[in-house]
Design a protein around this ligand. Structure first.
Ligand code: HEC
Ligand code: HEC
Length: 204
């Protein structure tokens, strides 16, 4: 085989490589993409973009898989995960899980947050809404089964509860969050989301 033949064969091989066989870029390079919206340390300052710092790594990795499968719908994150290799989900999740969560932004409406605290700690008795604290803990710090929501942005929490309510987010095991959100009205959703933004880690 002459040199030019050899070269042509290599070029051909390169152009027919499928997308999933393309090289996985270094983690640091990928993290720059995420940082544009979630901040490098995972403490997003934009209320529509969730704070990822300190959340359980298994939870975060599963969300990426769920954006990919469509069981959790988000046009923005669907576009992001379409450009990722599945083997990147775990390292990306591990990075954000290890970051230290910054204090939440607090409530914009302190009066509404008071109603939110009542819902968070006691549920809505007349409407069979269970206390959020029963699963997410009193301080919202969560467990390996229930995500951490301490200090999460109000706008993001409103969006998620609304998405659970209307089924755009259906990735909760046994549909527990969908059952909770379906029994809440807009005011109650907003109130509890105001309170979540005020939550602080309790001292161990
Ligand atoms: C253009 C902005 C943008 C970029 C870039 C972006 N995200 Fe997101 N991310 C969002 C938004 C908005 C949501 C909320 C989606 C929803 O409404 O469910 C989100 C949600 C998430 C969630 C779910 C968090 C939770 O608490 O359930 C994870 C995990 C996540 N992003 C990881 C990443 C990673 C990793 C990258 C980089 C590879 C990235 N994101 C890049 C905007 C972005
Ligand atoms: C029976 C247990 C249970 C109760 C009670 C409960 N949750 Fe959840 N919640 C879950 C589970 C499980 C998920 C995670 C779904 C998943 O894995 O994607 C979740 C997810 C969430 C999320 C999304 C977190 C994120 O980062 O995207 C928010 C916000 C939330 N819950 C708020 C609440 C609020 C507010 C209440 C009270 C009104 C509440 N939850 C009551 C089990 C519960």
């Amino acid at each position: 085989m002459t040199f030019s033949h050899h070269c042509a064969a290599l070029l051909l091989a390169a152009t027919v490589l499928p997308v999933h066989a393309q090289e996985v870029p270094p983690l640091a390079e990928r993290l720059q993409v995420c940082a544009a919206c979630h901040n490098a340390d995972g403490n997003s300052t934009i209320a529509e973009n969730p704070r990822l710092a300190g959340l359980d790594a298994g939870y975060l990795a599963r969300q990426l898989a769920d954006f990919k499968s469509g069981s959790r719908q988000s046009p923005i994150m669907a576009g992001i995960v379409a450009g990722l290799h599945e083997q990147e989900f775990k390292p990306l999740a591990a990075h954000f899980s290890k970051q230290k969560p910054a204090p939440g932004a607090g409530a914009a409406d302190a009066k509404l947050a008071l109603l939110g605290k009542e819902i968070f700690d006691e549920g809505i008795v007349g409407n069979a809404v269970p206390a959020c604290s029963g699963c997410h803990n009193e301080d919202g710090s969560g467990t390996d089964k229930y995500p951490r929501i301490t200090g999460q942005h109000t706008a993001y929490v409103v969006q998620q509860l609304t998405n659970f309510k209307n089924g755009l987010r259906a990735n909760d095991g046994k549909a527990v969050m969908q059952a909770v959100a379906k029994r809440m009205n807009e005011r109650e959703i907003h109130a509890v989301a105001e309170y979540v933004a005020t939550l602080k880690e309790s001292e161990e």
